[in-house]
Design a protein around this ligand. Structure first.
Ligand code: ACO
Length: 330
């Protein structure tokens, strides 16, 4: 019997309507449009407004679109993995809430927390359940309401992040197209440069932690920038080499949207022309686990069966990696 590949057979996406522009940020912190655009490439980001709405709200929207587009009965879905660092609750998991709201009553669910690399880690994990023949319909969602952990008085972080969600359906393919390989890495030494200090079991929430603003993202931008460039370029090269490919073979690079300068530096190091790199950071900023599926969502109509895609990301942890896959439809 031919090897089973896990093919992406559909993409759904959702971004909230509210646009937080650089001009509005100028009224909130000491910054300006020119600085933000030249340092990050971001013009605006979407923000989820509304009481009581968390990441699952956006995940439900993206998955609902995915189910409709792929004509999938929710009861056929066997596994839902949600990559997020902004779960609705510590527990239950956000994937569980998404499955419940959409009637995916036969699925088991879990969240995966690998920050900006979350979608890569979740896609690899989901693919293994298909490749092993265990399941036939797996949904991988990336959903992050970054506005819930951003300090809008901190100009070094509030300009970067946005809210959004993207989702893919994985199904078995016997023609050889779909998920091919991944190189994934973690290094806990990254804690000091990128973290949320309180709210976990080390420092549970208290009046003091709130007063010290320790429930927001802390980032030491420069070392993260450098580690992101070397990490993403290194993982891309490793996965190419392992599959006897060169960048000329790759139709599209799909990078995590952290900063346009990081994306350009990675493309430069890997010798990929920017015409073959998906970029939408100007519209959405960094939506953490959602950036890569939101790129796939936006480029879906241009993708053709057999296209070779290289997905790459770097994020908190540190976590990073690259996935090589071939597109299964279009
Ligand atoms: N507006 C104007 N000035 C600013 C702003 C702002 N919004 N933010 C910082 N500055 C100032 C600083 O105070 C500093 O001033 P100084 O020289 O007088 O001290 C100067 O600009 C330069 O600051 P840097 O932090 O050195 O600026 P840098 O060029 O490194 O850009 C940035 C900062 C955009 C954060 C960049 O370092 C970056 O993109 N880092 C990586 C982000 C990333 O990839 N994160 C990983 C994913 S996140 C996750 O996993 C959850």
């Amino acid at each position: 019997m031919s090897k089973i590949h896990a093919a992406i057979t559909g993409v759904g996406g959702y971004v909230p309507a509210y646009r937080l522009t650089n001009q509005e940020l100028e009224t909130m912190v000491d910054t300006n449009d020119e600085w933000i655009q030249s340092r990050t490439g971001i013009k605006e980001r979407r923000i989820l407004k509304g009481e009581g709405l968390g990441s699952s709200f956006m995940g439900v929207k993206a998955v609902a679109e995915l189910l409709t587009k792929t004509n999938t009965d929710p009861k056929e879905v066997e596994l839902v993995i949600c990559a997020t660092v902004t779960p609705d609750y510590t527990f239950p998991d956000t994937a569980n809430l998404i499955a419940h709201q959409l009637g995916m009553t036969n699925a088991f669910t879990y969240d995966l927390a690998a920050a900006c690399s979350g979608f890569l880690f979740a896609l690899t994990t989901g693919a293994k359940f298909i490749e092993s023949g265990t399941y036939k319909k797996v949904i991988v969602v990336g959903a992050d309401k970054m506005s819930s952990i951003v300090d809008y008085t901190d100009r070094s972080t509030c300009i970067i992040f946005g809210d959004g969600s993207g989702a893919v359906l994985l199904e078995p393919n016997h023609e050889g197209v779909g998920f091919q390989d991944s190189v994934l890495k973690s290094d806990g030494a990254g804690l000091e440069n990128l973290n949320i200090k309180s709210g976990g079991s080390v420092r549970p929430p208290s009046h003091e932690t709130v007063d010290r603003k320790e429930h927001f993202i802390y980032q030491n931008g420069r070392p993260v920038f450098k580690a992101a460039v070397t990490g993403m370029a290194g993982a891309m090269n490793a996965v190419l080499e392992r599959n006897q490919l060169t960048v000329e073979d790759i139709t599209w690079v799909v990078p995590h949207q952290a900063n346009i300068r990081i994306i350009e530096a990675v493309a430069d190091m890997a010798n990929v022309p920017m015409e073959r790199v998906m970029v939408n950071i100007q519209k959405y900023g960094n939506t953490t686990a959602a950036t890569i599926p939101l790129c796939l969502w936006e480029w879906e109509s241009q993708l053709k069966k057999g296209d070779k895609l290289l997905l790459t990301a770097f994020g908190g942890g540190y976590t990073w990696g690259a996935i090589y896959l071939t597109w299964a439809y279009g």
